[in-house]
Design a protein around this ligand. Structure first.
Ligand SMILES: [Zn+2]
Length: 395
């Protein structure tokens, strides 16, 4: 997982005039909704849904701007109603966790008190004033059994669905289709070149008949079917390859790293394990590739979930040849090559190369974490290179 910079969203918003375009449609829907004789209601608060989009009784443009182009954590902290909404959606979205796996992960015995404690802890992570009342009135003993827990989730889910249908009358992802090619325009302005989830597949932005196009999927990090309010939020759009979006991630409800917040960076490193001297010299691929996780990383669980969800350990085994080539180049052109090259350039009266250029020349990669998003497998190559440099026995 490679971190995406927020600047790509700011750029895409500005260049595509995203907010102004969508505001016209959303505001028109809002106006229709306020004059409706049967406006949608929020079943958690008994308020009219269109009130979400208001400040002091009129349309709140600022709120919409934050919702469409603002940073998630800011908007969740700024607006209590969004905070409650986000928690309620999360309560539903992540509820399919397997309690046996959860007990095993924590090293707890599978017994009744432990199961109840886990259910209680789960609900308390995501409950809010919206769900508190529902729990007190209708599900006071939700932790006692799987059946009682599922009944609570089902109840919350059906109310959330009702709220989301109401929200969808004002704002939904289909609106993007009203604007010719807007999805492709956004993807082109974001300029992401490699899938941030896997760092294995290229994303290609191109022009066809004078229109910008992209091979990327727009992954709604938080699925629009549950988090409908965020279905047009740029912060919820992760350009990704089809495999990661549809096959691996889908809408499984597993808590993984959010690429606009964090990538693997130093906390997960590819590592070469086993192998003979020949493997280390880059002559064969008789070794394993593993992912080494920093056990004290603050988001350990999300890191582990991300590795598992995208099948990194399994899929990266097919890239051993890239590692073999790196090791071969490292060995065959030993460290003096870069110095010799600089001397040669100097003798010829040419400019010296930077470290990045030298690496590019020798390995085909700059070996600079800043460039991870530009070339597939660059994180793999970088980590293995560091591993090789660290261990003298590998030289
Ligand atoms: Zn991918």
């Amino acid at each position: 997982m490679i971190k995406l910079e927020h600047i790509i969203l700011t750029k895409a918003e500005k260049s595509s005039d995203y907010f102004n375009k969508l505001k016209v449609v959303i505001q028109a829907n809002y106006t229709k909704e306020i004059s409706s004789t049967t406006p949608a209601m929020n079943p958690f608060t008994q308020q009219k849904v269109f009130r979400l989009f208001e400040i002091k009784g009129s349309f709140d443009e600022n709120f919409l701007r934050n919702l469409l182009s603002g940073n998630f954590s800011n908007i969740i902290n700024k607006y209590q109603v969004v905070h409650n909404y986000f928690l309620t959606c999360s309560l539903v979205y992540f509820s399919s966790f397997n309690i046996k796996d959860e007990l095993k992960y924590r090293g707890l015995v599978d017994n009744r008190p432990n199961r109840e404690a886990i259910r209680k802890e789960y609900v308390s992570t995501y409950d809010s004033s919206w769900t508190d009342i529902l729990i007190q009135n209708s599900h006071p003993s939700f932790e006692k059994s799987e059946k009682a827990f599922n009944a609570l989730i089902k109840d919350v889910k059906s109310k959330l669905t009702e709220l989301n249908i109401g929200i969808g009358r004002i704002l939904n992802y289909d609106m993007i289709k009203k604007f010719n090619n807007l999805r492709h325009v956004l993807l082109n302005h974001m300029g992401v070149e490699v899938c941030p989830y896997c760092n294995r597949q290229y994303i290609t932005n191109y022009n066809y008949e004078n229109e910008p196009k992209s091979t990327a999927d727009v992954d709604h990090f938080y699925p629009k079917s549950i988090f409908t309010l965020f279905s047009l939020s740029l912060f919820n759009f992760v350009p990704s390859c089809q495999l990661c979006n549809s096959r691996f991630k889908s809408d499984k409800g597993i808590d993984i790293l959010f690429p606009y917040e964090k990538g693997f960076s130093e906390d997960v490193r590819f590592k070469m394990m086993g192998g003979s001297v020949d493997s280390i010299l880059g002559h064969d691929t008789e070794f394993e590739l593993t992912l080494d996780v920093n056990g004290s990383a603050p988001h350990l669980r999300k890191l582990e979930n991300s590795i598992r969800m995208f099948r990194h350990t399994e899929t990266y085994q097919s890239h051993k040849n890239t590692v073999r080539e790196l090791l071969f180049k490292n060995q065959a052109y030993n460290r003096t090559l870069q110095g010799d090259l600089q001397n040669l350039l100097k003798d010829m009266g040419l400019e010296q190369l930077s470290k990045r250029e030298l690496n590019l020349f020798q390995f085909g990669y700059t070996l600079d974490p800043q460039d991870f998003g530009q070339r597939p497998l660059s994180k793999l190559v970088y980590d293995i290179y560091l591993q090789v440099q660290k261990h003298a026995s590998y030289r």
